[in-house]
Design a protein around this ligand. Sequence first.
Ligand code: SF4
Length: 269
Amino acid sequence: MNSGILKAMIFSFKRYTVHDGPGIRQTVFFKGCPLSCWWCHNPESQDVKTEAAIRENVLDGLSFRQEETIGKVMSVQQVMHEIEKDSIFYDESGGGVTFSGGEPLMQHKFLIELLGGCKDSGIHSAVDTSGFANTTIFKQVAEKTDLFLYDLKLIDGTEHKKYTGVPNKLILQNLKYLNQAQKNVIIRFPVIPHITDTAENIILIKGFLLSLENIRKISLLPYHNIANYKYEKIKMSNKMKAVKAIPKQDLTALKKEFEDIGFKVSIGN
Ligand code: SF4
């Protein structure tokens, strides 16, 4: 494949992150996601096209409107150049790069090229994914990925479709594949009030995960509403606007529930 002609829509790079995998990392955010989760904290990542956003600032009583464009078309070489800027930090901290979004597998050819580039440069790679992708493509990505940060939201298919816009058959299937292939996986469970944190869903999540004997790490992500301003910025409707954030300490009992059945649990990363 000629990576010189491959392009992808990227919307952000976050340097020196410590919550998206081991060590000090750089997170690359792909734009575009086939899901539309009610609680999405990166709503600007959902549309694969560039979009305009308005930022309003007040300074000394005067208000300023600033327009910005979210999303930029980039080549593999340009993205690798950004990633390699922090190689010294990856080496010293046991870190690397995390591909997030949006859904990075939506632009899978580009992602696979980047993962190959990371392998060639000895950079640890993590893919933060919803798992919603064709299984053949998913396996190609898995071959080159060191760590998956894998979202698991709702086990009931009808509920999943209602709150994310897509069914979960592929998501569960791809996670079963990662388990069979003994890949390195950390489950990310967004704890969303009255949606994913119901007793029924937690029983189903625990049962499903216990059937995957090689996956025993889970991160509980408490719902937060700090993304509310982003919905306003891009003029997108926000179904969760009035929902209160869950303080981290409120997840202590849930953490223990997972620990009691043999999981290594973290909260908030
Ligand atoms: S999968 Fe992630 S990026 Fe996509 S809509 Fe859901 S929360 Fe947002």
